[in-house]
Design a protein around this ligand. Structure first.
Ligand SMILES: [Zn+2]
Length: 377
């Protein structure tokens, strides 16, 4: 049994009550043998998916692979979204929610740009922390965009769902807007997230050299001639907006050593969505750079617009295959405890919390790959 941080001593027994709440952890010798159920494999707490976009589930198989983020963005914008009936969007979100449940996921950090997925979240067996995402590169729109996001957050909260406001990405959100969002979340003790260094074009955009975002903004007929590139990496540009608050940096595909250190000094969490990186950019982060940060790495599936499945173990298996700096124990911790802490849910999920039902999964390792055998509770 792996409790989210380490293996429990051999012969430990988890006592579960009739409502699937964990009652206590005892040694086998103190319990009648015929009352113990044995499983072959590793028992872990339920998995935490720290980055998803449930509302994009209907875009599965519609976006071309390996085009890079600016082109991905263009394909997303030019999708005949209005052509998708609300019903189709809803059905796809429900199917995606069921898929995550079947894959042993118990809690999700989910991005929402509108309220399309709220109904699914209300009826879900999973716990959702919704990041209401806002963007707006032009600082003159800061107040309007912040208020727009806040109105969606209030709508979410009125449905008794949990969430915070979050900036989309540094290339799409002004520093002023990032700062006001960070301030709001800090005042309300809420976690936030940002898509970070997902593409090399982002770095070029901030260094002021020719890049595909400029072409995207030209295509969208958005004048960004006022934008002065700060001539440093995006992360170095915005990181001081966060002050010691729970922040999840998503992707980190093009982060360098200096970026990782700066973010680590701010206690940021690093969320990897490697299958989405392969889908869009056909490139993986340099996982070795995160060797010292095993306690702050977690996983996300991203959306079905950029992934073929919402299976967090498939993400973990990419790490196991592509680096030797993390042990199986490290990766199990990233799937459970780290994700829960990143979302500020460590009192509910990510470990064997007595009095709670954090989910229990049975996993195994076959051919160096983690596999879910079954959901126990
Ligand atoms: Zn995303």
């Amino acid at each position: 049994m792996f409790d989210g941080k380490q293996y429990l001593p051999e012969a430990s027994v988890l006592v579960v009550d009739s409502q699937n709440k964990l009652k206590e952890i005892v040694t086998g010798s103190s319990i009648q043998k015929d009352k113990i159920e044995f499983f072959d494999g590793i028992i872990t707490p339920g998995f935490v998916n720290t980055h998803c976009h449930l509302e994009l589930s209907h875009l599965k198989n519609t976006i071309q692979k390996h085009t890079g983020i600016p082109e991905f963005g263009k394909q997303m914008i030019t999708q005949p979204i209005s052509g998708f009936a609300k019903e189709k969007i809803n059905e796809s979100a429900v199917a995606a929610d069921n898929e995550m449940y079947a894959n042993g996921i118990v809690a999700v950090g989910d991005i929402s740009n509108g309220d399309d997925s709220f109904k699914t979240k209300q009826n879900s067996k999973l716990y959702y922390h919704t990041f209401v995402e806002v963007l707006g590169l032009n600082p003159v729109n800061q107040t309007a965009m912040f208020d727009f996001g806040l109105a969606i957050l209030k709508k979410l909260q009125a449905l008794n769902l949990f969430g915070s406001i979050t900036p989309h990405a540094p290339y799409s959100t002004s520093l002023e807007l990032i700062k006001s969002i960070a301030q709001y979340d800090k005042e309300n003790s809420l976690p936030l997230s940002i898509h970070n260094q997902e593409t090399e074009e982002e770095t070029k955009f901030f260094l002021g050299i020719e890049n595909d975002f400029k072409k995207l903004y030209d295509f969208l007929k958005l004048d960004i001639s006022w934008f002065n590139a700060p001539k440093c990496s995006s992360l170095q540009y915005y990181i001081d907006s966060f002050s010691e608050q729970r922040t999840i940096l998503v992707h980190n595909t093009f982060s360098n050593k200096k970026d990782v250190q700066l973010a680590a000094n701010k206690n940021c969490f690093f969320c990897f969505c490697p299958n989405a990186n392969l889908y869009i950019e056909n490139k993986l982060p340099d996982f070795n750079l995160f060797k010292e940060h095993v306690n702050t790495v977690c996983f996300g599936t991203d959306s079905l617009a950029s992934n073929d499945e919402l299976n967090i173990l498939a993400e973990a298996n990419i790490i196991l295959k592509n680096t030797t700096v993390f042990t199986l124990e490290n990766v199990l911790q990233m799937l459970t405890y780290n994700g829960a802490v990143a979302l500020k849910l460590e009192d509910k999920f990510g470990s064997f919390i007595l009095g709670k039902n954090p989910g229990l999964n049975l996993v195994n390792v076959e051919n160096d790959k983690l596999k879910l055998i079954k959901k126990i509770i």
